[in-house]
Design a protein around this ligand. Sequence first.
Ligand code: FE
Ligand code: FE
Length: 204
Amino acid sequence: MATSTKSTGRKTTSPKAKSTSSPVKKTSATKTPARKVLAKKDAAKELIDLFEDGLKDIYWAEKALTKALPKMEKNAEDKKLKSAIANHLAETQNHVTRLEQCFSALGKKAQAKKCDAMQGLLDEGKSIMEETQPGAVRDAGIIAASQKVEHYEIATYGTLAAYAKVLKQNQCLKILLKTLEEEKKCNDLLTGIADTALNKRAMK
Ligand code: FE
Ligand code: FE
């Protein structure tokens, strides 16, 4: 009895297993084979080049933030949020100066290169403000947009600090870690503001 049930069980499960493993549907991703990207003429060859390119990117981004943050502060209504943004604007101005110190430690002139990622995040921040009524909901949107910016900065400074460590650029490493800490603190502060007040008020 036991043997026959066991054998029928096996017979019924095997065709089922076959039917689920149907051939993969061809999508545009499977039709077009992935190709190696051709490098530009001035593409980075060494890690130090990639490090310098990263510094140019974040230098542009920090400068763009010094222009964007006052708009965010003006549009925010929550007092704690307004003061957090104002405080971070002062820090951001220091981030710009620190990056200039980084370039000078490398014996390079400070140079900004447009950061498409930050431009996208700032565009999104502008859209959020346009798509929300002033008050608690817009404040919640401003926090969301700001945290995306902070996360981008945390990722960037974390990566650049790791490069500086490997490259033994100790002066740069010290500078980058200082800014990284401020970005993390700002992000935590924004989380606190959102958790304590805004999300609850926005749901009303
Ligand atoms: Fe910054
Ligand atoms: Fe920041």
